[in-house]
Design a protein around this ligand. Structure first.
Ligand code: NG1
Ligand code: ZN
Length: 545
């Protein structure tokens, strides 16, 4: 077929370095940008084939999120704006790793296996973050699409969640919103303004938010969006990319893992601040108190605030809808305890990676999911949306129920249900705080986090660690889980687990306990156990203190 000749010709312009093997990880391929040109071309091919299969528009986002500037990556977006399905992740890995001369065979295998009608039209949306490598890498994706005769639309610089939104809008014929950046701002900002319109006693101080844009795409997009907010939210933007390096000592991941404020930002005591990550699909909040102590409000705190707000509204509206919170093993033990025992909300735990959380959240009428690192959103089932809509339009209900239904309807509209979205989450949190008349300090005191520590250990092959029970227990190597259990017993309120990272060549160690010293000591001791039992390389982990 003519298109296959074209592929042979064009793929030679995007050659695969011999011997390079990459896996479609927790969220796509991710590594040093220099190694990714062939991957991008091939993902252009795969997205085109996926589009033919689903008879819908597919998205391809070029970004390495919170990773360093010199890295890059790519993730595929399925028709409803969700992450690509797991069996296609395998196709992606096959195609990415095929030797240059075997590329056509690998592609044909996928086409055959999936019984794809190659005469079907294909449409692919492409977006990229602000990394300097993203321009040529996204061009390689576009080349891949055109090599197979697919149509493409290049959205240029967009946040990851904006691209997910575009794909969903396109495939729902505009029901989700208009598939433009302008449409995105209009939808979410209008909902925010509606939500906050009866909170007229908000002062300018309360409307003020200090934002760290991680020197990335989120900063650019917040600047574009600002006028739509009509001063109802007044953002002072720091780390906007004009000086500092992307994700360098700033951004949501830095703040969460280091448990300290980003550089490049001056924080006044008590001031409400938040940080986005490099592609604006994560957000964390924080403040420093009058003693200068730093307080982090992470994904768990957001899940708690949001689920409490929604549960109260559902009760006021008299709607019997099932709400649940989905977390991972990294969720702070205090948050799980509070949600289950005080809020009486159903909590479910899944493996790390939003695709896992997203799927479980879909099982409920209202599924709130957040990773502790600040990636999350809320999903409403179709039935739940319909019930809320009906109630909002019903002229025979009392004022309290009506008011709650209207708030719920606007809450649905301020949320990007396709994927965790820093901008949309920020608007939601800001609206909830405004409606409840709550300060960040009051939000923080809902429950107290258990002190915790995350560490990384380098091992020769991280795949020697296999886990079960939503990654909370290690099955291999032999003796590791037993060692962890024995260490955990030494501390109060302690918990620890290890798992191989899906985005970095490391094993991650998590520990929490009643004091920071204990959490640090436990994390260190577990790191040593990993180093000794799972083939550690380099220097032995050193104690933190
Ligand atoms: P890995 O490297 O698999 O731990 C990290 C995050 C995930 C997720 C992905 C994708 C932690 C502990 N892990 O995955 O939650 O966000 O990156 O960006 O934060
Ligand atoms: Zn991200």
């Amino acid at each position: 077929m003519a298109e296959f000749q074209e592929i042979s010709k064009l793929s030679a312009l995007h050659p695969k370095p011999a011997g390079l093997v990459l896996q479609y990880g927790t969220s796509g391929f991710r590594t040093n940008a220099k190694q990714l040109d062939h991957i991008m071309f091939r993902m252009g091919l795969l997205a085109t084939v996926r589009s033919k299969k689903t008879k819908a528009t597919i998205g391809v986002m070029v970004t390495a999120s919170h990773n360093p500037e010199e890295d890059n990556g790519v993730k595929l977006v399925d028709p409803m704006g969700e992450m690509v399905t797991q069996d296609w992740e395998e196709h992606a890995t096959q195609l990415a790793n095929a030797d240059q001369e075997d590329l056509l065979t690998a592609l044909k295998n996928i086409i055959e296996k999936e019984a794809i009608n190659m005469s079907q039209e294909a449409n692919v949306f492409v977006g990229k973050d602000t990394r300097s490598s993203s321009a040529s890498l996204s061009q390689a994706v576009l080349d891949g699409v055109s090599a197979l005769g697919g149509h493409s639309k290049d959205y240029g610089l967009v946040t990851t969640p904006q691209l997910h939104y575009m794909v969903c809008c396109q495939n729902t014929q505009g029901k989700y919103g208009e598939a433009t950046v302008e449409g995105y701002y209009t939808k979410f900002c209008q909902a925010f303004i509606q939500l906050t319109k009866n909170t007229s006693n908000r002062t300018d101080d309360q409307k003020h938010l200090c934002l760290d844009g991680a020197n990335g795409i989120g900063a650019l997009k917040v600047r574009e969006m600002e006028s739509h907010l009509k001063k109802e939210l007044q953002i002072s933007l720091n780390n906007d990319g004009s000086k500092g390096r992307l994700n360098h000592q700033c951004g949501a991941d830095y703040v969460k893992v280091q448990q300290k404020p980003p550089t490049g930002i001056k924080i006044n005591p008590g001031e409400r601040c938040c940080s986005f990550d490099g592609d604006a699909d994560r957000i964390v909040y924080y403040y420093t108190d009058s003693e200068g102590t730093f307080h982090l409000l992470d994904g768990d705190k957001m899940a708690t605030l949001i689920s409490t707000f929604l549960k109260e509204l559902l009760t006021q509206a008299g709607l019997d809808l099932k709400i649940a919170v989905v977390q991972t093993a990294y969720a702070n033990g205090s948050s799980t305890h509070y949600l289950e025992n005080t809020m009486k909300v159903l909590v479910r735990c899944t493996k790390t990676g939003v695709k896992h959380l997203h799927h479980v959240a879909q099982e409920f009428d209202v599924g709130v999911y957040f990773e502790a690192n600040g990636h999350g959103t809320v999903l409403f089932s179709k039935a739940a949306e319909e019930k809320i809509q009906q109630l909002a339009e019903d002229t025979n209900v009392n004022d309290e129920r009506k008011k709650a239904a209207l708030l719920l309807r606007n809450t649905i509209n301020v949320i990007n249900q396709t994927v965790g979205d820093a901008i949309s989450d920020m608007l939601l949190i800001e609206a909830i705080l405004a409606i409840k008349g709550m300060t960040i300090q009051q939000w923080d005191t809902i429950y107290t986090d258990l002190p915790n520590r995350q560490l990384k250990v380098k091992v020769a092959d991280r795949r020697v660690i296999d886990t079960t029970d939503a990654e909370r227990r290690a099955v291999t190597p032999a003796g590791l889980q037993e060692a962890i259990d024995n260490l955990v017993k030494k501390y109060r309120q302690a918990r620890s687990f290890v798992r191989p990272s899906g985005t970095e060549d490391v094993v991650r160690v998590y520990a929490e306990a009643d004091t920071q010293e204990s959490a640090d000591a436990l994390a260190h001791e577990v790191s040593l156990a990993v180093y000794r039992l799972a083939g550690g390389v380099g220097d032995e982990p050193k104690p933190l203190h």
